[in-house]
Design a protein around this ligand. Structure first.
Ligand SMILES: [Zn+2]
Length: 331
């Protein structure tokens, strides 16, 4: 840990007042703990507190964080979780009433969604659409694919349904390489992750919002949908997402945040698990051994996110939901 005095350095020192105000969107993928068990091929199914920990425990903490900073966020809900957890659905409904956007993270969070037949992909979008509209009181206009994997067929289905944006493109080089390495290691040890490694074409995708091309979702084109990539730094394409911010040492977190604030659209993706409390929320130690962020104390994770939002505000950021960003970048 750095000494407090160093942490309290004014964030303004990093910014040039001649640079236009950053546009920032904060979104949260509400993947249940069971999703992480599937990624890491853990046999146990989460039960007790852990089963609903994301919607019931982590989501209210995120809601408080956003309220404190006066930010309206975009919350990507998994349709089936809302049907199975009435209490969690109520918490989400209250956040919708408070002005947060509720968008779709598919019906059952299949990591290999894009490898399923077209009818199954369509059903995943449509069932989530209905479940989210019923809870939020408003139909979703945006989508984020499980595991960030999109395909031309998936984008086509979203266009057919009038979705205004997709926000799944994640052109992060170290993330892609790390995922490939972890999946190879798991295969070698005989464990099978539910996750899939998609096309490396994503690494050449635009890093700023764009309209995708028909048949080539990672190229610019003129489809009637906006792709809002998750932010990576210019050059090295390091990912600036909640998980990296909460596990990075403070000096690195500050640099990542400053770099992201210099991009055209800081699309900050968080996960519900970023504000999970491994022990208090009943999360299995076996999962915490595989997820370094679960070993970071909640207070420290919250502080990392608070500082990042505070730095954005000090830089004069304008906060937009992703639906609002899609309007902003539609032309
Ligand atoms: Zn997810």
């Amino acid at each position: 840990m750095l000494p407090l005095a160093e942490l309290e350095l004014g964030p303004r020192a990093d910014y040039d007042p001649s640079v236009p105000a950053p546009l920032v969107s904060v979104s949260v993928d509400l993947d249940a703990i069971a999703c992480y068990h599937r990624i890491h091929a853990l046999d146990e199914v989460p039960d007790g507190e852990a089963r609903f920990a994301i919607l019931r425990r982590a989501l209210p903490r995120l809601g408080e964080l956003f309220a404190k900073h006066g930010i309206r966020a975009t919350l990507f809900a998994v349709g089936r979780d809302l049907e199975e957890d009435a209490e969690g659905a109520r918490i989400l409904a209250d956040l919708a009433k408070a002005g947060h956007e509720i968008a779709s993270h598919s019906y059952s969070h299949l990591y290999d969604l894009v490898r399923r037949p077209r009818e199954e992909m369509a059903a995943e979008i449509d069932r989530a659409h209905a479940a989210i509209a019923a809870v939020a009181g408003r139909a979703p206009v945006g989508f984020r694919a499980p595991g960030y994997e999109i395909s031309a067929g998936l984008i086509d289905l979203l266009c057919e349904r009038g979705y205004r944006y997709d926000s799944s493109t994640f052109p992060a080089i170290p993330y892609y390489l790390a995922k490939a390495a972890v999946m190879a290691a798991m295969r070698l040890s005989g464990r099978k992750s539910s996750s899939i490694l998609g096309s490396a074409r994503v690494l050449g995708a635009p890093c700023a919002p764009y309209r995708p091309a028909a048949g080539a979702p990672y190229r610019r084109g003129d489809l009637p949908i906006v792709e809002l990539p998750i932010t990576v730094t210019p050059g090295l394409r390091l990912h600036v997402i909640g998980t990296t911010l909460v596990i990075s040492p403070e000096w690195l977190r500050r640099r990542l945040a400053a770099s992201a604030l210099g991009t055209k659209h800081f699309n900050l993706e968080l996960h519900g698990i970023d504000l999970a409390d491994g022990e208090a929320d009943g999360i299995l130690a076996a999962l915490a051994r595989r997820q370094p962020d679960l070993r970071v104390p909640l207070a420290r994770k919250r502080a990392a996110l608070e500082r990042t939002l505070g730095e954005a505000q000090a830089a004069g950021a304008r906060f937009l939901t992703l639906a609002e960003a899609a309007t902003e970048f539609a032309h």
